[in-house]
Design a protein around this ligand. Structure first.
Ligand code: NAD
Length: 487
């Protein structure tokens, strides 16, 4: 299987190569096959991308929002027309099963282009402020050159979630995908060009943790939006602060999902499974601390075990497959090391914990894993694992579970399952998280702001809120009479 792009980078409307950059391979996680060989960006490539963005941005910002939005909506149409091709590429890039990518990845990217393209004409207006004769008005203006840096779990979605609001607001973007998943963003750049986006406005360059700082520290960059780990977030926000750049930080989590005794049990189990096993557990907002009220613990665990053991693991290109491999060997090893810690610290392994049968030995597969009797102090209850490992913790009282759910440095997401709606609202009001769900989990439609609090980051993606993070306000005071001066 090959997915070799014409070149490593996409700058100023065309593919560009610089073989002086460090070579790296793109590996299909299901088989370990090398599917493409690319080169990390050299400083010359970084300069070229930022210069192209800087040159193209002012004319783009001078178009009406309607004209910019029209191009994004066209890009959304192309993405939908090519959904299968893009989904297959996403599966090759990440190892996620086609059953998921075909409904969740390019489609979610297309939703972002459609939403931001559609709202552009109405959402970028300013205010008129009457001042008794004099008046003022505000303008919402683009920031200039914005940098997007992506994680490897949703490469196409991240490229679009950052690109769509940035572009529609009149900015240019230089996007660096994760070195683990370099392919999808290049296709997004191609599609935007085909949709009519002028050259230089959406550039993609490859590289790793050594390339990112070249972008973050660049004097011509106005904003950095990162999706990544907390550790990287601290470095990127720190570097951006030294030159006072705008930042959006979409970071990690260890989110609580609380199941009360009166919850619809099958729904709650379904929500917990989706919130731990979808994308092989590589979802930032996953509800990895599942708090189950004591009275239903045994029933919850026995149905969870039964349903988890029926999950179909295998070839990601087979539409029947429900769980693919982890993105890389390094990530797989990390997840296995957490499973060992869970066992060593006394958690009960309910199911999983090993390598599944009948998958390629070169693939980075792992069984969906459930631990019960997990306590708040255990490493697996405190640290983000980023794999298909669910921790089930017991609780008795509402006030107790709220305090324990909030006892984490993270604050990305949280969920509550209960049939008592008053309780549901009372609990979500007290949970410290940016994105919360009642009686479902992990849905992130483009209309709803998405993002975290505490160490999970700041800023929001999706919804009109994202436009605020890619623009700044200009206030203009207009005097209607002579200046009253004491001098
Ligand atoms: P990572 O932090 O290792 O890397 C993220 C990106 O940052 C990569 O492109 C990487 O090359 C780049 N990078 C690394 N060091 C950098 C530096 N010093 N300067 C600039 N760029 C640098 O994360 P990952 O392993 O790719 O992704 C997994 C993490 O991402 C998890 O913690 C997960 O929770 C988080 N995540 C968050 C969200 C969200 O929306 N909140 C979504 C997906 C993933």
């Amino acid at each position: 299987m090959k997915a070799q792009p014409p070149a490593s980078h996409f700058i100023d409307g065309e593919y560009v190569e610089d073989i002086d950059g460090t070579p790296f391979d793109s590996i299909y996680p299901a088989t370990g096959e090398v599917i493409a060989r690319l080169h990390a960006a050299t400083p010359a490539i970084v300069e070229k991308a930022i210069a192209a963005a800087k040159r193209a941005q002012p004319e783009w910002a001078g178009l009406s929002p309607t004209a910019r939005g029209r191009i994004l909506k066209r890009a959304a149409e192309i993405m939908r027309e090519r959904n299968r091709e893009l989904s297959e590429l996403e599966t090759l890039d990440t190892g996620k099963p086609i059953q998921e990518t075909i409904v969740a990845d390019p489609t979610s990217g297309a939703d972002a282009f459609e939403f931001f393209g559609g709202v552009a004409a109405a959402a970028l207006n300013g205010d008129y402020i009457p001042l008794g004769g004099d008046f003022a008005f505000t303008k919402r203006v683009p920031l200039g050159v914005c940098v997007g840096i992506g994680a490897w779990n949703y490469p196409q979605q991240i490229a679009c979630w950052k690109g769509a609001p940035a572009l529609v607001a009149g900015n240019a973007m230089v996007f660096k995908p994760s070195e683990n998943t370099p392919l999808g963003a290049l296709k997004i750049a191609e599609i935007l060009l085909e949709a009519g986006l002028p050259k230089g406005l959406y550039n993609v360059i490859q590289g790793d943790r050594t390339t990112g700082p070249l972008l973050v520290n660049h004097k011509d960059v106005a904003k950095v939006s990162l999706t990544g780990s907390v550790e990287t977030g601290r470095k990127v926000a720190g570097a951006a602060a030294s030159s006072l750049k705008h930042v959006t930080m979409e970071l990690g989590g260890k989110s609580p999902l609380i199941v009360f005794e009166d919850a619809d049990l099958e729904s709650a189990i379904g929500g917990a499974m989706l919130g731990n096993f979808y994308s092989t557990g590589q979802v930032c907002s996953n509800g990895t601390r599942v708090f189950v009220q004591k009275g239903i613990k045994d029933r919850f665990l026995s149905r969870l075990k039964e349903r988890t053991e029926k999950i179909i693991i295998g070839d990601p290109m087979d539409e029947a497959t429900q769980l693919g491999p982890m993105v890389s060997r390094a990530q797989l090893d990390k997840v296995f090391s957490y499973i060992e810690k869970g066992k060593a610290e006394g958690a009960t392994l309910v199911t999983g914990g090993g390598i599944p049968n009948s998958v390629s030995a070169q693939g980075t597969y792992i069984q969906p894993t459930v631990f019960a009797d997990v306590t708040d102090e255990m490493t697996i209850a405190r640290e983000e694992i980023f794999g298909p490992v669910m921790c089930v913790l017991d609780f008795e009282r509402e006030d107790e579970v709220i305090a324990r759910a909030n006892g984490s440095e993270f604050g990305l997401s949280a969920g509550v399952f209960t049939s008592d709606l008053t309780r549901a609202h009372r609990v979500v009001d007290q949970l410290e998280a940016g994105t919360l769900w009642i009686n479902t989990y992990n849905l992130a439609p483009v209309e709803v702001p998405f993002g975290g609090s505490k160490q999970s980051g700041f800023g929001r993606e999706n919804s009109l809120a994202a436009l605020n993070h890619y623009t700044e306000l200009k206030s203009v005071y207009v005097a209607m009479g002579p200046v009253q001066s004491p001098y």
